[in-house]
Design a protein. Sequence first.
Length: 720
Amino acid sequence: MSQSDATTDTASEPVDTVLLDVVRECGASRGLLYVLPRNGDALWLVALTGTPREMAVPWTRVGLADTIPVADAVRAGRLVWIGDMEDMARRYPRTSLVLPYAFALAAAPLAARGSVVGGLVLLWPAAHPARLSGAERAAIDAGCRRLGPLLHRAADRDGLRPRGEPRILPHPSRARALRVEGSEQAAFIARLPGGACALDDTGRFTFVTPEASLLLGADADTLLGALPWEALPWMDVPEIEDHYRATLVSERPTTFSAVRPPDTRLTFALYPDPSGISVRITRSDLRDELSPTAGGSQSPPARTTEPTAGGPSRAGSLYHLMHMAATLTEALGVQDVVDQAADQLMPALGATAMAVMAPRGGRLRILGHRGYDAELMERFDNLPLNADTPAVRVMETGSPHFFRSFSALRRSYPAAVQFDDKASWAFLPLIASGRAVGSLVLAYDRPRQFPATERAVITALAGLVGQALERGRLYDTQFAVAHQLQAALLPRHLPSLPGLRVTARYRPAGHGVEVGGDFYDLIRLSDTTVAAAIGDVQGHDIDAAALMGQVRTAVHSQAAAGASPGDVLGRTNRLLVGLDPGRFASCLYAHLDLGRHGLCLASAGHPPAVLRHPDGHTDVLSPPPGLLLGIDHQADYLAAEFPLHPGCDLVLYTDGLIERPGVDLDDAISALAELVARTDPRDPDALADALIRHASDPADDLALLIVHLNGPPPDQAGAD
């Protein structure tokens, strides 16, 4: 959507006005507004101030799980501040790679009525102090309080659906525009040596003096409204656009030289503010530029040997390649690769639809798509690998196919049928390790010419996707094997016992193909007695999983043999020390006697159990502490007894349920006990779900085992 389009969207005008107010009141140089659609997994950029669209393309869609400042701010529900470029490089290397400039940044969540509806990003120039001032923080907070309810109302109205490209808003500049025609200012400019021109905050020419036109070798009508590297092919070199980007973001004056073919050497001095850039152009002598006594901060002249043929600028292409490479490095499975490719490729290349396909069992299967109707994708899913289609052909030949129109596609594939309104297509092979692992199709709503430079960029980006896709397939295979192993080492079914209801949960902490060492078990000893165990083996690998299986088996066998709780842990400890695995394990063992209403607990360095009584109050049950299993062959484990009445819930868990950075362990256990007390006592499954939600982003694997003793309803128990 162009800048003029923004004014026609009346529903967005109040939001745009407030965004501009926030940018002005915070003294920021740029502002970006994101929305989070209901039940969405990504933030969408809907408006930005004073920034060229191409620079914002990599962040048009930001996944909530991405390591990006605005995503972190929304997930954590707090402001994220980046004081300088070193801070950015350390904390967000992917963002720093694409924006290697000096600036400060704040990202904040936007919320209303308890729900997050978007995010706000503000940028300041390089001169900003490394710390956010109190007044700036207050202005940001006030702006978020204004924007949040506006987006919330928009969510009620239209679900916050992103509408095409983000709106580009004029920056609420601190500078005042001067009239230059027929004025003293115009005469003043005309008397200065060299030429002068102005670029707006999107990088387009808004003013050009006759001398500047002469020096640039183009008339004013050609230049006005155009980007320099669009109107002047000899300026389409990465160095020149990079100087422009650095000046725009950091708001620091910049001087550089360039050669206008065939041999005219020019010096450009750029003077920025939030509203745009003033440029002074003078002829220069190469000897002066390279002299060590020459004043100013200059770069060697940028040269070009041949003009470009349209398409993305060279610097823009390099940034897209770098950002895509960095993004796909972080992608894990195949679906993640498809999502990241769609997030980056479609906005960067102007495509409106995308599909990724790969061979499976002699057929071409669609792995994922964006912008296409699901019913249409079903038509092309499961094609035989000998089908005469461009998606199959590019895999066979390893060469991309570009079609400017459907008639061009039909000439190559006479049997082709058009099922949608797309106008142009790019079919690309996905190559990894020298072979095709799939194919990618990009579709466009409008006719596309696909000049040589654009074809090169698209092909290079597709190559990155192919490599990531192969890694993603390997990851998915390893992930499946790892978690099948994990599931095989845990009990498939928990035994049933009259008078008991039992539920268990296991949740990995997102270690990918790593295997955790958490375990749980329930062992039926007689008609009225049962044992419950939970533990955690050190490490996240195959060795940890194997040792976990041995510990669980040892506990189970000792319990089934009739050993007391202390002896169960003592004998398991001696077995583990004898194995000498170089790892330790924690374990909490519980013996429940339903006939005598008693509970006996023994612990080997494990977090305490939580017991909820029929009247709703909870106790934290801490038996005498014992050493972790596997440390000392002579270690003893003492047990403690507690009353256990019908209607009680016994909650056993591993530390992944409670441990959080910066949170005291005792406070975390107390908070867990309070949550157990507040949850419906009649449903152990509901309790388990509530506790898992409590650990929404666990730092470690977690296991949970809840034993509920059937008894009278809570009100009756309280009366008794």
